[in-house]
Unconditional design. Structure first.
Length: 248
């Protein structure tokens, strides 16, 4: 039996599965972010200052001050982890107003890697009968939500974007974003906005391929101006001929 994916509207009973998907997706970037922060200048400065405080003010022998290095990295790791966890909890608590999910149907005995499997994609309606669909295990592998932009007039904002690991990114999210564009056009929006972080390379390439343009690049402060994360705000014009052709 060939596996397939149904892209459909969000239902209330999907909330727990979507929350788990969003949490796992956000937390998947914590390790990469930790390694990025390890090689920043602020990390070296923090280690040197901590070493100096222990040696000069507390009188700790210089050899034992070396133990502050793994302690600093542990502090950095826990800080990074809990900052991502807080963001995941924030997104999990948001109730989506307009949301889509991708529900994957796979055989109960399925040993193929999702990246190597061939999935049929169905949008909104599945041609199979319920008796046939019950022979598959069901799993929500992607979700995307849209709401009004709080700072821009007549603009829609993408949030709660999440995808299960190892599943084909563009093959699943491409039709989902195309349906989002169609719904936003029907809703009368002029632009579609989203924000990605510096470690989301796949998402950046995906939005570029879908026709998004970079509106601005800025640094979001985490701890004052010393610890920042580079963010990219991207925009998609829904009034262009390109958007209209994609709708058709």
């Amino acid at each position: 039996m060939q596996p397939f994916i149904v892209i459909r509207n969000y239902h209330e009973d999907d909330e727990l599965k979507c929350q788990e998907l969003v949490r796992d997706y956000i937390m998947s970037f914590s390790k990469k972010s930790f390694f990025v922060f390890c090689f920043r200048e602020i990390t070296l400065q923090f280690i040197v200052i901590t070493w100096a405080l222990f040696f000069i003010f507390l009188g700790v022998p210089l050899l034992f001050c070396a133990f502050t290095v793994p302690g600093c990295f542990f502090f950095l790791f826990t800080g990074t982890y809990f900052s991502f966890y807080a963001k995941a909890v924030e997104l999990m608590a948001m109730k989506p107003s307009q949301s889509l999910v991708a529900e994957c149907y796979e055989p109960f005995i399925f040993r193929c890697d999702p990246n190597e499997a061939s999935y049929q994609i169905f949008i909104e309606n599945c041609p199979y009968e319920e008796a046939y669909m019950n022979k598959f295990r069901r799993r929500i592998v992607a979700t995307i939500s849209v709401k009004n932009h709080h700072a821009m007039y007549n603009a829609a904002w993408i949030y709660r974007f999440a995808l299960a690991p190892n599943y084909p990114h563009e093959k699943i999210m491409g039709p989902m974003l195309g349906l989002v564009v169609k719904n936003c056009l029907n809703g009368g929006y002029a632009t579609l906005e989203c924000t990605i972080s510096e470690w989301q390379e796949n998402e950046r390439d995906f939005y570029d391929n879908m026709g998004f343009a970079t509106r601005q690049i800025y640094h979001k402060q985490i701890i004052g101006s010393t610890v920042t994360v580079m963010k990219t705000q991207m925009t998609y014009s829904l009034r262009s001929n390109e958007a209209l052709s994609k709708q058709n």
